[in-house]
Design a binder for this molecule. Structure first.
Ligand code: INI
Length: 153
């Protein structure tokens, strides 16, 4: 019997972060959390590459280009899709999660889904450094764990 799990040691890892500008007052907080989580777990600041794109819809395409370059140990996706009065929410949230999900299954390196999909601005604020923590920080920790888990498989 073997039990395999990833250590939370980010030393030497090279991480790509894809962040969308839409709802930037939320996504910038997620980015701060992600940078904090990476650096606190040993990822050198110089090894973090940040890629900005317009909205969550564009995130999967950026991830695909990053994967082609084979330069990173993991890719973290950060975005905020907040439900409005229009059905746009469902399309954007659906396409971004489907796109990132599909890439993640076939990717040789872990891809982390740190895209908030919330019913209200308040719920997004809660998850971007508010009372429910910071999903960016959580995504950083998940990325490091997954990279190290992959190494054991
Ligand atoms: N993009 C988001 O990241 N979050 C949203 O809440 C959002 N809403 O609600 O419209 C959003 N739309 C823009 C979309 O991601 C694309 O950038 C745009 O459609 C251009 O392709």
């Amino acid at each position: 019997m073997g039990i395999y799990e990833g250590k939370l040691d980010g030393s030497g890892l090279k991480i790509a972060v894809v962040i969308s500008r839409f709802n930037g007052f939320i996504t910038e907080k997620l980015l701060q959390g992600a940078q904090d989580g990476l650096v606190r777990h040993g990822v050198p600041e110089a090894n973090i590459d940040i890629y900005r794109c317009p909205g969550a819809f564009e995130i999967p395409a950026v991830v695909r280009k990053i994967l082609e370059k084979k330069k990173h140990d993991a890719v973290i996706c950060l975005g905020a899709v907040i439900r409005g009065e229009t059905p746009h929410f469902d399309y954007v949230a659906g396409e971004s999660s489907k796109g990132v999900g599909q890439l993640s299954i076939s990717s040789p390196v872990p891809i982390i889904y740190g895209i908030l999909t919330t019913d209200s601005v308040e719920q997004a604020v809660d998850r971007a450094g508010g009372k429910s923590g910071n999903k960016g920080y959580d995504s950083a920790v998940a990325a490091i764990e997954m990279v190290n888990l992959f190494k054991t498989i």
